[in-house]
Design a protein. Sequence first.
Length: 97
Amino acid sequence: MKRKLNDDATMDRIMRETPAAIRVILQHGMLCVGCPIASFHTVSDAAREHDLDEHQLRRDLEAAIDAGDGTSSLPRGPRQSRAVDAARPRRPFGVRS
């Protein structure tokens, strides 16, 4: 199902809820990972700040979210159980169906 990002979704929230989006952000030359401003910047703000095409960035992020289906792409650590994965939300914040 194709999902769209909400206009008010922050870059920090997108990265935390959909780790697959981090690759897209880095491919666009953005260094939002660890940036203190990421918790305030929306996709529009970040695109404007980095002089990027907002629509292309948004399409690429949405494609990453759809491909990841809202689940973490990170490997489980030795102490992380399947119960932790089951407790994660299925639909990332900032994404609407």
